[in-house]
Design a protein around this ligand. Structure first.
Ligand code: SF4
Length: 750
């Protein structure tokens, strides 16, 4: 059925992607977008180098982009003074150059044209002025009719800050990123409820000095967060004991002393049994627990019956293994890390699972201890002066009717839901800007997403590539890649505070532009010039850097700059008094915040749905050479991995008569069938009740000439979600799939 906003393959234009490589070489240099002066000359090979930080994923490793004598980007290498990478980029980061050279890139602003009669919808090339006029007129229109709050921004990555500033100046704080409620949110809330501080990125895990690393569904080694993986590798050399809990023998599991192939959805029972053993065998850090924690007695009573024998019946992990691994952690304490994980939105009780992990760390005394979690620090930069933002009349929180009270950031699924009108809804989102996030392959429950996109009056998309989301846009603004632009100074926390500069190494390709420029120009059209009181972003960066005793000129030469710590040592000293940012001032085993909000103050295990007969639980993860769906078309990274495959246990494969490398379709419990087939991988490395696939494949936009039709999309299969009542995260692991060796005829796209 056709919908109001039909997905348009941007390829219908036939105007883009021409002779990209040659145009790259011949681009002129020296305009204000390139910046001046150039980075330093590396001498012997007459290359210029420019500081940047990587945006292939969001670990943000600082690097040098090299250009040859023709101004052509030749390589990217890590900045050796940067603690995010220690001079070594991961395979994805090295392949980041492919983002620049991808000949499928968006190169001009595009405006959707409604065809007449038999003509199909299509896009036409537009000037920036036309595109901005259209967006500004819609923003004014929405503001006049519904208030500026009805215009929402979905974002991911560096563009989000620039456009977020525009939205706040305009009057909307309905700004969201799926990295919260579809990824890290529950752990931030769970750890904050325990320690008074979330985890953040990079995680302050002291892996280099740890003696025991516990990974629960965490894909370190496959999810290549650079310095973390480097530290893990060093720790392995030093003999760290790794305990991996995963229904799949992941890369990390293969390096582990203990692999616990747990029955999926039962991790919380295992964590509670570990807590039971550590308390009952008095393996916890007595002095630490006495001095810094609150609620041990309540916790002891709470887990009294949650013995390893109790957990065995739930998790399938044998009691002696549960005891042995608990003792292994205690032997290493306080140099032990129960890693908080990254993508943790699984079953809807995810905040409570994160709480159990935090409690375990608290019992073992690892928070604020060498080899556990260090106290991170960042260098803050003042904001470039601008007037106060207007106070919005309502925000995302008002759309939730009191639900998800501990959500610390706007939840993307909440704003999607708020875009579907209903009589009882007081606040409805009427228009979107989407920057750097491919919602159709990122969000679960595609049907709701489609309904929301059909309902809103306008969608503007900012991206470098023709992703699926661009097909739903009314206007597309082509962003230049991170190699062609200035962005904000990186201020991420670490053991010591560091700043890192991103600057362009070459001119933006075609008619692409940086997001800071788009925000400023749109601000001008909206009469918001006073919020953008600068000529270009160099002026902003130089002003900010001058406030902390540096300058843009200095940062162009060095790329990263280290500052002394001001918040005290990395770890607690013996007997030190410390005030945790919780209601009690202590590490809360019994969470007063959760109790006050009406939730279980200590984690409670509840059983989750089992797969129906003939179905298997869908588990998804990461590949080291790809980031979400955004890199599948990158020529360098595509060469390393072109498609995903589906891991199937040999017993199951035999039952279904499936062979290695055979292509099959998958169908979920709600009858949704994968658009494209996926290759079978028969392996003992996955439990019989589950299947596994790497996320980010199965692109359906034909303009992605390499990625189109390669592999299957796990997101399409996620039609059932369990919402975390505490913070609104979407638990996505209660979806089950079965196998089809042929696609039913009626399902074949015409
Ligand atoms: Fe880039 Fe890899 Fe660092 Fe991510 S971990 S920022 S992809 S180099």
């Amino acid at each position: 059925m056709k919908t109001r906003r039909d997905f348009i393959k941007v390829s219908a234009l036939g105007t883009m992607g021409a002779a990209m490589a040659t145009s790259v070489v011949s681009m002129a240099k020296g305009s204000s977008l390139l910046g001046s002066p150039k980075g330093s000359d590396s001498g012997s090979n007459k290359q210029n180098r420019y500081p940047t930080y990587c945006e292939v994923c969001f670990w943000k490793c600082a690097a040098w982009t090299y250009t040859d004598k023709n101004g052509k980007i030749s390589k990217i290498i890590g900045n050796e003074n940067d603690p995010h990478c220690n001079g070594r980029l991961c395979p994805r980061g090295t392949g980041g150059i492919g983002m620049y050279y991808d000949n499928d890139r968006l190169t001009h602003p595009l405006i959707r044209v409604k065809g007449k009669g038999e003509e199909k919808d299509t896009f036409r090339k537009a000037t920036w002025d036309e595109a901005f006029d259209l967006i500004a007129s819609k923003m004014k229109d929405v503001s006049n009719k519904y208030g500026p709050e009805a215009f929402a921004l979905f974002n991911h990555g560096s563009a989000g800050h620039h456009l977020g500033h525009l939205f706040k100046a305009y009057g909307s704080t309905n700004i969201t990123a799926p990295s919260y409620a579809q990824c890290r949110g529950p752990r931030e809330v769970g750890f904050a409820a325990t320690f008074g501080s979330g985890v953040g990125s990079p995680e302050p895990t002291d892996i280099r000095d740890t003696k025991c690393l516990v990974l629960i569904g965490s894909h370190l080694g496959e999810n290549m967060h650079n310095s973390q993986v480097q530290e893990m590798s060093d720790a392995i050399d030093k003999g760290v004991s790794i305990i991996t809990v995963d229904p799949r023998l992941s890369v990390a599991a293969s390096k582990s002393k203990f692999w616990l192939p747990i029955k999926p959805s039962t991790d919380l029972a295992l964590l509670l049994a570990w807590i039971n053993v550590i308390i009952n065998e008095e393996l916890y850090d007595r002095d630490y627990v006495e001095k810094y924690t609150y609620g041990l007695d309540q916790l002891k009573a709470h887990v009294k019956n949650m013995t390893p024998e109790w957990a065995y019946g739930i998790t399938t992990i044998k009691p002696d293994v549960i005891r042995k691994t608990a003792r292994e952690m205690a032997d290493a304490a306080p140099s032990v890390i129960i890693h908080p994980g990254r993508h943790v939105t699984w079953y809807g009780d995810d905040t409570q699972r994160a709480r159990a992990m935090a409690i375990l760390n608290g019992l073992l005394g690892s928070w604020g201890r060498r080899g556990g979690f260090y106290f991170k620090e960042s260098k803050s930069l003042p904001h470039f002066p601008h007037p106060h933002y207007p106070k919005p009349a309502w925000s995302w929180r008002d759309t939730l009717d009191g639900k998800y009270p501990l959500a610390g950031l706007a939840i993307a699924n909440g704003l999607i839901d708020a875009s579907i009108p209903a009589p009882e809804k007081k606040h409805v989102i009427k228009a979107w800007m989407v920057a750097g996030t491919n919602l159709p392959l990122t969000m679960p429950q595609k049907e709701s997403l489609q309904k929301a996109m059909d309902s809103v009056e306008f969608i503007a998309v900012v991206d470098t590539m023709p992703m699926e989301i661009t097909g739903y846009a009314d206007v597309i603004l082509p962003e230049c890649t991170y190699l062609e632009r200035y962005d904000d100074i990186r201020t991420s926390p670490n053991r010591e505070p560091y700043l890192a500069l991103r600057m362009p190494a070459t001119e933006p390709l075609g008619d692409t532009k940086p997001a800071w420029w788009m925000a400023k120009e749109l601000g001008h059209k909206l009469g918001l010039d006073e919020y953008f009181n600068y000529n270009d972003y160099e002026e902003v960066l130089d002003w900010q850097l001058q406030q902390v005793g540096s300058s843009l000129e200095e940062m162009k030469k060095i790329g990263v700059k280290k500052f002394p710590r001001k918040s005290g040592p990395l770890y607690l000293s013996k007997g030190e008094d410390y005030d945790f940012n919780t209601n009690s001032g202590k590490i809360e085993f019994y969470s007063t915040e959760l109790a006050d909000a009406g939730f279980d103050p200590m984690p409670v295990y509840t059983a989750h749905a089992e797969p129906p007969a003939g179905y298997y639980r869908l588990i998804y993860g990461r590949a080291p050479m790809h980031t979400f769906s955004r890199t599948a078309n990158n020529p360098n990274l595509h060469d390393l991995k072109k498609e995903n495959n589906i891991w199937i246990n040999p017993k199951v494969a035999k039952l279904w008569d499936l062979k290695n490398d055979q292509y099959i379709w998958i169908k979920n419990q709600d009858g949704v069938i994968s658009e494209f087939p996926i290759k079978v991988r028969v392996t003992e490395r996955i439990r019989w009740d589950s299947i596994y696939m790497v996320h980010g494949f199965g692109h359906s936009d034909r303009k992605l000439s390499r990625a189109y039709g390669k592999g299957a999309s796990d997101s399409d299969m996620i039609t059932n979600v369990k919402i975390d009542p505490i913070m609104g995260g979407t638990g996505m692991r209660e979806n089950f799939v079965t196998f089809l060796t042929e696609k039913p005829k009626e399902e074949v796209p015409s």
